[in-house]
Design a protein around this ligand. Structure first.
Ligand SMILES: C[S@@+](CC[C@H](N)C(=O)[O-])C[C@H]1O[C@@H](n2cnc3c(N)ncnc32)[C@H](O)[C@@H]1O
Length: 244
């Protein structure tokens, strides 16, 4: 997103309370109205707590990557990037909360709270190493993804190399989030599980799910509690459709 547009967004927020939860008087009493942080013709982002905002939104399916409850230590990343710990990662309550939502859903990293999943669902694997040589890279060699309510029992293996200095989306591309998922993976999750409908990602992070949806010509809505990641996601979404 051009600097001018970002600066205007800041100005709008500072002047008009752009991302602030407002309350309004209705016949039912006081109701919280949440204004989008960012919106274009494909995607909308809300800044705030998804436990409050998600129930007010309309969508068809959830594709998300919640805090796993592992007290993730971001440490130093390639290119000297340094990140803060992830909000909500001290327990697996958020993962368990979204895994028990009633909407059709794809939940990344659900093996971290498998004991709190409802019955049913199928597992898929994201193989992050792909080649034996890459097995020496730091971090986990694979991640598990749990899906339910999409009507198919098909399991998938996503072979997408990503980790350390290897970025599946673009070589040496700077990450905006410590646990940023490749857009390539999110596109395949959306296409394989929900080929139609509006996608929601209540734990948006740096916006990979929304970027994927937009590139697929789909509509999507995201929620993120940390403003710095809302801002990073907006910057990634400001460009038109990307052919990856
Ligand atoms: C595992 S990260 C998601 C990373 C994302 N998939 C990406 O590619 O960048 C989980 C995100 O959820 C956010 N988060 C934690 N608690 C939240 C809450 N209650 N509501 C909304 N977002 C929350 C964290 O700030 C973090 O950015």
């Amino acid at each position: 997103m051009p600097r001018l547009r970002l600066a205007l967004l800041h100005l709008e927020r500072n002047l008009g309370g752009h991302n602030i939860h407002r309350t309004e008087e209705t016949p039912m009493g006081k109701e919280r109205i949440v204004s989008p942080y960012y919106s274009d013709d494909a995607v909308t982002i809300y800044h705030g707590d998804c436990r409050e905002i998600l129930p007010t939104l309309t969508f068809d399916a959830i594709v998300t990557d919640p805090p796993y409850g592992i007290s993730y230590d971001p440490g130093m990343h390639p290119n000297g990037l340094e990140f803060e710990p992830i909000v909500g990662d001290g327990s697996n309550d958020l993962g368990a909360w979204i895994a028990n939502h009633e909407a059709p859903r794809v939940i990344c990293g659900a093996d971290n709270f498998a004991h709190r999943l409802p019955p049913g669902g199928i597992w898929s694997v994201w193989d992050k190493r792909v080649s034996l040589a890459a097995d020496r890279m730091l971090g986990s060699p694979f991640e598990l993804i749990w899906a339910v309510g999409h009507g198919s029992r098909k399991k998938h293996i996503y072979r997408i190399q990503h980790g350390g200095a290897v970025n599946a989306d673009k070589a040496n591309q700077r990450r905006v989030h410590p646990t940023q998922k490749p857009v390539t993976l999110m596109k395949r999750l959306i296409e394989d599980h929900f080929p139609t409908g509006v996608i929601a990602d209540p734990f948006l992070g740096g916006g990979s799910t929304l970027r994927a949806a937009k590139d697929l010509g789909r509509h999507a809505v995201g929620i993120e509690i940390e403003e710095r990641y809302c801002e990073a996601a907006v910057a990634r979404l400001g460009q038109g459709v990307l052919a990856l």
